[in-house]
Design a protein. Structure first.
Length: 388
């Protein structure tokens, strides 16, 4: 039996900020879910199942919060499941929800991901010891900075690349009312002169710690036909993982990322992603990961990703706009960050991205990664139903 085509008919986000002290976790997820339902012009009664995702529970200190969120998400008496794949969880949560629709198990699924990082200390929560290594890490940046340095040595990229990415994404965020960081008056020189945190990653080249949630309503062909606004159609989606450490692991361009992208492109019938994808929402928590992921995902040859960035090709008016929303560098509720990438890609092809809309966007990529560059989730969505 063929799969049911999957459509995104509703998208909702909270306003992301350093601390949402006005709501509980339940209030946070409900806010995003209600906005997604309103976008789809549906009610809780129209939803058949709920798929929820978040990053590790120690980020808030509340174990298995999904067990008490059924009420807030209209899921009492309905199937509710949780997904967890570290920082990529927002993307993989959306893919699990999409599979429930594609397999015709549930006609309409609400998927939501969140993080309330203000209720913990994510910096030190991300400083867990790595086996067989000196315990010298301080947050995720301490883990990833050596991989950035390896990329710079391997590619010969100039020191300016990271600051260009950060400056671009922070300017893009000014066009996104939901973004956490709105740095009006920011200059490139301010980014370049910001304090060094983890060589070569500067303060302005790293992501914030955010409270926020994102939700989507996914449905099949019949539900899409009733949708009040154009849907985004799923053309391809995949997840891949690999161990944190193993002999021969390439931290600069992980095999799992390359394989995941290849699978998604195959499903979507894409042979030249740089030409056939109109916008990309990439998971870039540290600015140098833009050129690194451009290579890993096949948008540029090995060692050439930084040239796309330096040329301006990844800007809003470039040939391959990357993170028109401002990306993870501007908004980072870790558990939701991957779903925001997927949702923003969907909004682009729906023509619903507001001031950061890319004119004529017909196909967009959503990308998420997590753990020690070990978990990957991606989807390609389009303005037209998939050709199959």
């Amino acid at each position: 039996m063929s799969k049911e085509p999957v459509a995104v008919v509703g998208v909702g986000q909270t306003v992301h900020t350093a601390a949402r002290r006005d709501v509980s976790i339940a209030g946070l997820v409900r806010e995003a879910a209600l906005r997604a339902l309103a976008d789809a012009e549906l009610t809780w009664a129209d939803i058949d199942a709920v798929v929820i995702g978040k990053a590790p529970d120690f980020f808030e200190g509340v174990m298995m919060p999904e067990l008490y969120l059924a009420d807030a998400l209209g899921a009492v008496g309905k199937p509710l499941m949780r997904v967890h794949t570290a920082g990529s969880v927002g993307g993989s949560t959306a893919l699990v929800a999409a599979q429930l629709v594609a397999a015709r198990i549930h006609p309409a699924v609400l998927t939501v991901a969140f993080e309330k990082q203000s209720e913990s200390n994510a910096m030190w929560g991300l400083s867990l010891p790595v086996p067989f290594q000196q315990p010298l890490l301080a947050g995720a940046g301490g883990f990833f900075a050596p991989h950035v340095r390896a990329y710079i040595r391997r590619s010969g990229a100039p020191a300016t690349t990271g600051t260009l990415v950060a400056y671009k994404d922070r300017l893009n965020a000014l066009k996104n009312p939901y973004a956490h960081l709105h740095e009006h008056g920011l200059t490139l020189e301010q980014v370049r002169s910001s304090p060094m945190l983890w060589d070569p990653v500067r303060y302005s080249e790293t992501c914030p710690s955010s409270d926020g949630a994102c939700a989507m309503v996914l449905t099949g062909r019949a539900g899409a036909a009733r949708a009040p606004r154009p849907p985004a159609w799923l053309h391809g989606g995949a997840m891949r993982s690999e161990p944190t450490l193993f002999a021969g692991k390439d931290f600069v361009s992980p095999r799992a990322g390359r394989d995941c992208a290849a699978d998604v492109y195959r499903q979507a019938g894409i042979t030249d992603p740089r030409r056939e994808i109109d916008a990309a929402e990439l998971y870039v928590p540290f600015s140098w990961y833009e050129p690194m992921w451009l290579e890993n995902l096949g948008f540029a040859a090995e060692g050439e990703g930084w040239k796309l960035t330096e040329s301006g090709a990844t800007g809003l008016d470039g040939e391959l706009p990357v993170n028109p929303s401002g990306g993870v560098l501007s908004t980072n509720p870790i558990g939701a960050s991957g779903m925001i990438r997927f949702a923003e890609a969907a909004q682009q092809v729906r023509g619903a991205a507001g001031e950061h809309q890319i004119d004529g966007a017909r196909r967009a990529l959503g990308h998420a990664y997590g753990g020690g560059s070990q978990f990957f989730a991606m989807w390609v969505v389009g303005s037209e139903p998939p050709a199959r």
